[in-house]
Design a protein around this ligand. Structure first.
Ligand code: FSX
Ligand code: SF4
Ligand code: F3S
Length: 394
């Protein structure tokens, strides 16, 4: 057999093995790699290199630290809707230390971190989730007796690269909002040098995966902007690709949550949408692969600019009083519209799904906002999906 045929055969075997690990067919695996290549903005044909890299390369060791945050970054990574996304992330990296996922606790966990750092000295990727408190020598966040400040310096010293995941780690995020009692800061500010940032609260796990896959494919991190954000994900405004953009251009705006314009999917600018000043790819890749409707604006909530320092939490768009006046069902207009069209799912399955989603979302919001009467309505909807349509329909 000619040498080139042998090489091709071996490559096919590696791809088949990688697809098998992920419970995908070969075709699905290649399609997923092609989608990743597109997200990364790579030229046609680069999908083969991406597939080869994912299937072949040694998994880089990752040390993942948690500081001041809500663990939403990790949750979004593990709760990714795509059946293979979290599997793929855990397949392309060797997650050697991660406080949320580690079976070990206490001294054993500390030993695991030190062992992973020693074994991969100079080669591991340090991922930091959460802000770092700096006031009073950083005493407000300690792990294993060391402050987040100490751990950041200690773990970054021998890292090949540092990635700040989420807005908290990128620039302080929610913990740094005024009056910032703990002096919360982002990783770059604490280390005094640029790091790769993947902001968002939570960030899109797909952007983390694509960043790592770029590293595997080309041996270097993707190009970043002045804030350390990969350009492939953060070079376009949300507003440029927003599905409500035609309404913005035509001057059709929702003026109140739950009003006719809101329920008809009009632009959310007058409800405080920060899409025109927020750079991110949410409106293009959305969150998860559950289909349309899986990003804030599609769910009926204005973009709060969570990927931008000085926008997001620093310029709140509603008061608490306003939030308390919102009824859970007003966040679901788009889902209800899709339910009506029955475009891609069987009507019964879709009705049941919407009723379930409405009850789930309603239960959560009810707990938070004390809207017990709405819970009753939603509970009724659960009993009778047909009524769910009536109770949430515009
Ligand atoms: Fe939470 Fe992460 Fe927000 Fe922060 O995401 S989703 S508070 S960015 O650090 O866990
Ligand atoms: Fe722009 Fe927001 Fe309106 Fe979308 S909803 S068009 S992002 S202002
Ligand atoms: Fe955040 Fe706005 Fe995207 S709030 S998740 S940047 S739509």
């Amino acid at each position: 057999m000619a040498n080139t045929q042998l090489i091709a055969l071996e490559r096919d075997e590696r791809i088949a093995a990688a697809a098998g690990r992920l419970s995908l067919t070969r075709r699905e695996f290649l399609q997923f790699c092609a989608a990743l290549a597109t997200t990364l903005g790579l030229p046609p044909g680069a999908d083969a290199a991406v597939a080869e890299a994912v299937a072949t390369k040694r998994r880089p060791s990752v040390i993942w630290l948690h500081f001041q945050e809500c663990t939403g970054c990790t949750e979004s990574l593990l709760r990714a809707e795509h059946p293979t996304l979290e599997k793929l992330i855990l397949d392309v990296i060797s997650l050697d230390y991660h406080e949320t996922l580690l079976a070990a606790a206490g001294h054993q966990a500390e030993a695991a971190r030190l062992a992973a750092m020693a074994e991969n000295k100079g080669q591991y990727i340090l991922v930091i989730e959460g802000a770092i408190p700096t006031r009073n020598d950083g005493i407000y966040c300690k792990v294993g007796g060391k402050t987040a400040l100490e751990l950041t310096h200690e773990c970054a010293a021998d890292a090949a690269m540092v990635i700040a995941i989420g807005s908290c780690a990128s620039w302080g995020g929610m913990p740094s909002t005024d009056p910032n009692p703990t002096g919360a800061k982002g990783v770059a500010e604490v280390l005094g040098k640029p790091v790769v940032t993947i902001p968002g609260c939570p960030p899109n796990p797909y952007n983390f995966l694509a960043t790592v896959v770029h590293l595997l494919t080309f041996g270097k991190l993707p190009e970043v902007d002045h804030l350390g954000r990969p350009r492939f994900a953060y070079s376009r405004l949300i507003h440029e690709n927003c599905e409500r953009r035609a309404h913005f251009d035509a001057g059709r705006f929702a003026m109140e949550f739950g009003d006719a314009g809101h329920r008809q999917g009009y632009c959310l600018y007058k409800l405080g949408c920060k899409g025109p000043e927020t750079y991110a790819n949410c409106s293009v890749i959305m969150f998860g692969d559950a289909g349309a409707g899986t990003w804030p604006v599609a769910c009926g909530h204005p973009c709060i600019g969570c990927t931008e320092q000085g926008v997001g939490f620093h310029k709140p768009i509603h008061s608490l009083a306003k939030l308390k006046s919102i009824q859970p069902s007003v966040f679901l207009p788009r889902i209800v519209e899709e339910q009506g069209s029955g475009a891609s799912l069987g009507a019964a399955a879709l009705l049941a799904a919407v009723a379930g989603a409405a009850v789930g979302a309603g239960a959560m919001l009810t707990r938070n906002l004390g809207l017990s009467h709405q819970a009753e309505e939603l509970e009724k909807a659960k009993q009778n999906p047909a009524q769910a349509d009536a109770s949430t329909e515009v």
